[in-house]
Design a protein around this ligand. Structure first.
Ligand code: BGC
Length: 503
């Protein structure tokens, strides 16, 4: 009985075990089914709503992607050291031929004293427009000028076509103003890298800023201008000086400001000139007489063309360079100036869209077009008061985005800020190198160009950064130079005639 009972109880135990087993399987099945269902639901939700990450996550990702445009103080210090080295190479006889930062002596050795007098003509070629000016100095400076467009086919056509166009504009200006009977001295601002061989002789080293006229590189541009004027035969002119826009900017500011030693342009292109002691200019072939100084046109736009800036360049800079008319050239300029800043921003925006971080992952056809995001958009977007996106929204609408969210606008603004801050910091690094070289206690930097003029924060960003990089004890200020390329050309011509008269 006991045995039976025992057997009975064993059997009951076994059945119980079987039940528990089955129950366990049911539970596992139900559990697995539920989890799988949930996972598949989550996956489905995630893939369907992929672009809808939280705004915080999107913002963090945007910032992470833009981080490579942010230059640390250490990196900027390294940029300064490299530029200092490149300037030394440019000024030294042996290394000059291979140097990228050419540091051409300009033959301008005296600054104006504010007492210049007389009437002058000036020509200003350097961007998409060309200007002819009539300038009169007495105690004041009076100016009359006319702007002429340089059509794109002329910018990339034969050199003779360009100089014929300049001569035609000059002739029509002289006729319109009835100046035909006077032989006015003329200053020619030609804002491209030139090896100067005197105050009235400048050989074009290479075209920049979208110009590519055949038959001009290696030639004296004053001679080409004279030939074009002679081909017409209807006007007489006396060319007294050829200069770069940076020199004009320096002269124009120095006319009233005694401390001015540096001329800087941040516009379509970028470049700087500064007053250097002749003893530091090995390239100087003439006698070292008084004053023992000369304005050096650094042509710093070409800084980095030997690869020394590769540690700061990004994929966007590489793309812009390879799609330009002068690949491998003007690499520092391509990170800074107005001709390229908008396009850098556009490339970053397109990348953000492709990663689903902007506009719900959809790009407009306009945004995908090269050159559609103008540099002026950066200034306009950054002019919005913080938290307000009026300009930003209007620009995005122009680009085909009619329902950008506030978060989209904030992220677009962040991209613009990173691009313009990088440009301002790199320019500041360059200016600091020049201030440290000059080593005077107090120096005024004359500045011109559309980026500096119209960007709402460029000036302040530069001042902040230069203060970090300049040697202790050096004071500086950045001064907007009014119409350097025009008034400066006349001043170089005026100073040249004053010096000639004194000799
Ligand atoms: C040119 C310089 C000029 C600068 C600003 C650069 O592309 O090489 O000569 O000063 O643009 O206009």
């Amino acid at each position: 009985m006991e045995l039976v009972a025992a057997a009975d109880s064993d059997e009951r135990g076994l059945s119980l075990l079987k039940v528990v087993n089955v129950l366990q399987k049911v539970v596992v099945f139900v559990h697995t089914f539920t989890v799988d269902k949930l996972r598949s639901q989550l996956t489905r939700t995630a893939s369907e709503e992929m672009p809808h990450m939280s705004e915080d996550i999107i913002e963090a990702k945007v910032r992470e992607i833009c981080q490579e445009l942010v230059l640390s103080p250490e990196v900027l210090k390294e940029v300064c050291d490299c530029l200092q080295e490149e300037i030394n190479k440019g000024l030294a006889k042996d290394s000059h031929p291979e140097a990228t930062v050419k540091c051409f002596p300009t033959y301008v050795r005296e600054l104006p004293n504010g007492k210049e007098e007389g009437r002058f003509l000036a020509l200003d070629l350097g961007g998409t427009n060309f200007r002819v000016l009539l300038i009169e100095f007495s105690s004041k400076c009076r100016m009359d000028s006319k702007i002429y467009a340089v059509p794109q086919p002329i910018m990339v056509g034969p050199g003779d076509g360009l100089f014929d166009h300049i001569a035609e504009c000059l002739a029509s200006f002289i006729k319109e103003r009835n100046l035909g009977n006077e032989l006015l001295p003329l200053g020619f601002t030609f804002s491209f890298p030139c090896k100067q061989e005197g105050l009235t002789k400048a050989r074009l080293a290479q075209w920049t800023k979208g110009f590519k006229c055949e038959g001009v590189e290696g030639r004296d541009v004053v001679e080409l201008l004279k030939q074009a004027i002679a081909r017409r035969g209807d006007v007489q002119i006396k060319i007294c000086a050829v200069l770069n826009d940076t020199t004009g900017t320096l002269m124009s500011c120095a006319w009233k400001n005694r401390n001015c030693r540096i001329g800087l342009i941040v516009g379509t292109g970028t470049n700087a000139c500064y007053m250097e002691k002749l003893e530091k200019v090995e390239l100087w072939d003439e006698v070292i007489d008084d004053p023992p100084q000369v304005v050096i046109n650094t042509e710093w736009g070409a800084f980095g063309d030997n690869g020394c800036l590769d540690f700061v360049r990004t994929e966007y800079d590489n793309n812009i360079d390879s799609e330009s008319v002068n690949p491998g050239k003007q690499l520092y300029e391509k990170m800074i100036s107005g001709m390229y800043m908008g396009e850098i921003a556009r490339q970053v925006l397109v990348r953000l869209v492709s990663e689903g971080l902007l506009f719900g992952g959809f790009a407009s056809d306009i945004l995908l077009e090269k050159g559609s995001f103008f540099t002026k958009y950066i200034s306009e977007i950054e002019s919005d008061k913080s938290g307000d996106f009026n300009n930003c929204r209007a620009i995005l609408e122009e680009l085909g985005f009619n329902d950008a969210t506030d978060a989209d606008c904030a992220n677009v603004r962040h991209v613009c800020e990173c691009v313009s801050r990088r440009a301002a910091n790199l320019t500041a690094a360059g200016v600091s190198v020049l201030l440290n070289r000059i080593g005077e206690e107090s120096v005024t930097v004359a500045v011109d160009g559309s980026v500096y003029r119209f960007h709402p924060h460029f000036h302040n960003l530069m001042v902040e950064q230069i203060s970090q990089l300049v040697k202790p004890g050096i004071k500086f200020d950045l001064m907007l130079s009014e119409d350097g390329s025009g008034r400066g050309a006349a001043l170089v011509a005026a100073v040249a005639s004053r010096c000639a008269a004194m000799r």
